[in-house]
Design a protein around this ligand. Structure first.
Ligand code: GZL
Ligand code: ZN
Length: 333
């Protein structure tokens, strides 16, 4: 196998025999690769929240699969739900001079400084999944993610649907997502907005974070049932906390989906299975498959396009128990 130097000499020899076209093509390729002019592989630095839920696992897989399919060199880090780990990861991507930085911010605040460092380093930033509260919106190019306030409203409408024909008071428990995260803040807001306009006898008697994990949902729901035995409806802000709460409800000798109606967000596989078992009554889907849109956006910003929409909203829908069995076989996550 000729090494590169010999090969280049060979190419020059071909030029001498007048096969200019072949040589020009080869030279172009050679000269391009020797000057690095050929299409450079794009390097994307991605900081993921953690691995707290089935949604997160599906989101991570989507990012990795889409990077591979797009021929993008992905540097991936898992922050274990700690903001300081995400900030450190973003700083390391800046030092490595990646072409684009992307992350799903665990909470909405505390990003101005590190995003100003990325801006100073002229590295464009794309948000996925969750948004940030920053003083200067130019600190990121676009957010690819869901409308969480709409998800909260959708969940409340699903709860109305599930409670149709219910007589007597509705005593709601709410399991909130990670404190300070965009989904927790906005799902809470959206759910409350519809509740306020709904039947005044409905009230949220207790609300607390379960940090988007199954264990969190189980522990907090067990405590809820101790302090509020009158609970007959639960809004869990993700399926994993609903699945944990189901364990606590059953341990307390009650039937989830019957004695306590349950609506959650996400629509992961196990959430659909719980609906087919009659344990979750309805789910407001939150689509984790953001990878392909992220890679498209990364290629565009790397090519200098900066006029992307500030928010690329994710498409998603709602599911009730009766639709779950039919939908399950074709679910992608
Ligand atoms: C929502 C995402 C949330 C999911 C949870 O887009 O940020 O975080 O609802 C996940 O399952 O942990
Ligand atoms: Zn309504």
């Amino acid at each position: 196998m000729l090494n590169r130097r010999h090969f280049l000499t060979g190419t020059a020899a071909v030029a001498a025999t007048g096969a200019l076209a072949a040589c020009a093509k080869t030279n172009n390729t050679t000269s391009a690769s020797s000057t690095g002019g050929a299409a450079k592989t794009l390097t994307l630095g991605f900081s993921q929240v953690g691995s707290e839920s089935g949604w997160r696992a599906a989101n991570t897989q989507s990012v990795k699969d889409a990077a591979a399919a797009a021929g993008i060199n992905l540097k991936f880090s898992d922050a274990e739900q700690k903001q300081e780990n995400q900030i450190a990861a973003i700083r390391s991507y800046i030092q490595q001079k990646v072409d684009v930085i992307s992350f799903s911010p665990v909470v909405v605040t505390g990003w101005d400084t590190v995003l100003q460092e990325a801006k100073a380093a002229k590295i464009p930033v794309i948000l996925t999944d969750r948004s940030v509260d920053v003083s200067d919106p130019s600190l990121y190019v676009t957010l690819i993610g869901s409308d969480f306030e709409a998800e909260g409203e959708r969940a409340a409408h699903l709860m109305e649907h599930v409670l149709q024909g219910h007589t007597g008071p509705v005593n709601l428990a709410q399991l909130e997502g990670t404190t300070g995260s965009a989904p927790a803040i906005d799902r809470t807001k959206g759910f409350a907005k519809v509740m306020a306009a709904s039947d005044p006898t409905w009230k949220i008697v207790v609300t607390q974070t379960g940090n988007f994990t199954r264990d969190g949902g189980k522990q907090v729901m067990a405590a809820f049932l101790q302090s509020h035995p009158e609970i007959n409806a639960l809004f869990a802000q993700n399926d994993d906390m609903a699945l944990g709460a189901i364990q606590a409800i059953e341990a307390a000798g009650k039937k989830p989906g019957v004695d306590i109606k349950i609506v959650s967000c996400d629509g992961v596989h196990d959430g659909f299975v719980a609906m087919t078992q009659g344990k979750i009554n309805a789910i407001a889907e939150c689509n984790p498959l953001l990878g392909p849109q992220l890679m498209d956006a990364a290629k565009q910003v790397a090519a200098g396009k900066t006029d992307l929409p500030k928010w690329i909203k994710t498409k998603e829908s709602d599911f009730t128990q009766d639709q779950a069995a039919a939908a399950l076989p074709t679910r992608k996550y």
